[in-house]
Design a protein around this ligand. Structure first.
Ligand SMILES: Cc1ncc(COP(=O)(O)O)c(C=O)c1O
Length: 377
């Protein structure tokens, strides 16, 4: 099979680039003496995650219970479900635990402790729970210094059916940083909030074995992880244009791309029309606020070499409009009608979610494997 014969749009994964991204973060974690708990929400695929957990303790993070069930079905037991827990999900979790999965839930309220504990008692389980901390006002968690930490901690420790496993925070604000120095500072705040909160629990006689931090930018640029037991990151396996804009990677490190067909020319407007619209690329515009706005994605030739001046400037559902970002004339000979181009994504998770499989390449246009994805909930 060759990329040139595939029906478009479809998702292409360059295995060599992915392996390099993973080994780069492994080396950074090793230097800092911390375990990596990869987030399975980016790849949603066991082949990628098996490479990402190699040499680590084997635990993963997930964002849906469908992922949890899928990865558990492929032999991964230690799973952190890193979205605040809702009561309607606990039967599903308890059933997976009854089959041998070790699923840790996330909470930042007394109400959640109570319903997790009740479900644990109902099933004869002790459900491990991490207290979510807010390190940057991003969206959720207990802020540093709030008495709620001890309130939740004490209740989770005392109640049957639930077990206090530690603390977790995610520096989502790292995506808005404007420099590497800023990301380093956000990473240090993420570490400090987690380690300090763990200290508060321990000083008050409560257990806190897990101190979990992470996002791809902070994982990449953290300089010190004292007091942290594990780092979570997902996007790093593929990288994307948002990460390139944050200097986490180069554009040429991005391992996934969308293969599209050229279906028309609008020469007076300087547009190449493709069949890769927002259903193929996602509506993510994560680079819009960055120094270089990559539109809906950066254009590459079919071999995967990026054409720096050409972006998908706008999209409709099934149409992508490629234009030169400086308004220069397009080299029409490079975009013959019926030919294929590849588009690098703004956000690997969002673009990946549009597809049920990866066409895996070895860097050439030859396809070496087809790997499935577990989408949905
Ligand atoms: C709780 C949590 N942990 C870890 C991550 C991984 O971060 P990234 O997507 O930057 O790799 C995310 C991403 O949204 C998250 O929500």
């Amino acid at each position: 099979m060759n990329l040139l014969n595939l029906e478009t749009p479809c998702l292409v994964l360059d295995r060599g680039k992915m392996e390099k991204n993973i080994s780069s973060l492994h080396a950074r974690m090793k230097a800092l003496g911390v375990n990596l708990r990869p987030h399975g929400k980016t790849a949603k695929n066991i082949d990628v995650i098996q490479i990402a957990i190699a040499g680590q303790s084997g635990g993963i993070t997930v964002s849906t219970l469908k992922e949890a069930e899928y990865y558990f079905g492929h032999g991964i037991k230690d799973i952190v479900y890193a979205v605040g827990i809702a009561p309607v999900k606990l039967d599903h979790i308890a059933n997976l635990m009854k089959q041998g999965a070790a699923i840790t839930v996330l909470l930042d309220s007394v109400e959640q402790v109570r319903f997790v504990a009740a479900k644990g008692v109902e099933y004869g389980l002790s459900i491990p729970a991490l207290i979510e901390l807010d390190c940057d006002g991003h969206r959720s968690g207990v802020p540093l210094g709030d008495s709620l930490l001890m309130e939740i901690g004490r209740l989770a420790h005392d109640e049957d059916g639930v077990e206090l496993a530690g603390v977790l925070t995610h520096a989502g604000a790292s995506y808005q940083c404007k420099s590497i120095e800023e990301i380093r500072a956000v990473a240090e705040t993420e570490r400090y909030v987690a380690a300090t909160s763990a200290g508060v629990l321990r000083q008050n006689g409560l257990p806190c074995p897990i101190v979990s931090v992470g996002s791809t930018p902070t994982a990449w640029f953290a300089e010190d992880l004292t007091g942290v037991t594990e780092v979570r990151a997902g996007v790093f396996v593929f990288q994307d244009l948002v990460m390139a804009g944050l200097a986490v990677c180069d554009v040429d490190d991005i391992a996934i791309s969308v293969l599209t067909s050229v279906i028309g020319h609008q020469k007076k407007k300087g547009w190449v029309i493709t069949d890769g619209g927002w259903m193929a690329l996602s509506r993510d515009r994560g680079t819009a606020a960055q120094k270089v706005d990559q539109g809906y994605g950066l254009v590459c030739n079919v071999e995967g070499q990026s054409l720096q001046n050409l972006i998908v400037a706008s999209t409709n559902q099934e149409h992508g409009i490629i234009a030169d970002r400086g308004g220069n004339e397009v080299d029409w000979n490079s975009f013959e009608i019926g030919s294929a181009v590849r588009i690098l994504p703004n956000h690997a998770c969002g673009t990946g979610a549009m597809y049920d499989k990866y066409y895996v390449t070895d860097g050439s246009t030859e396809i070496t494997d087809v790997w499935s994805r577990v989408n949905g909930w």
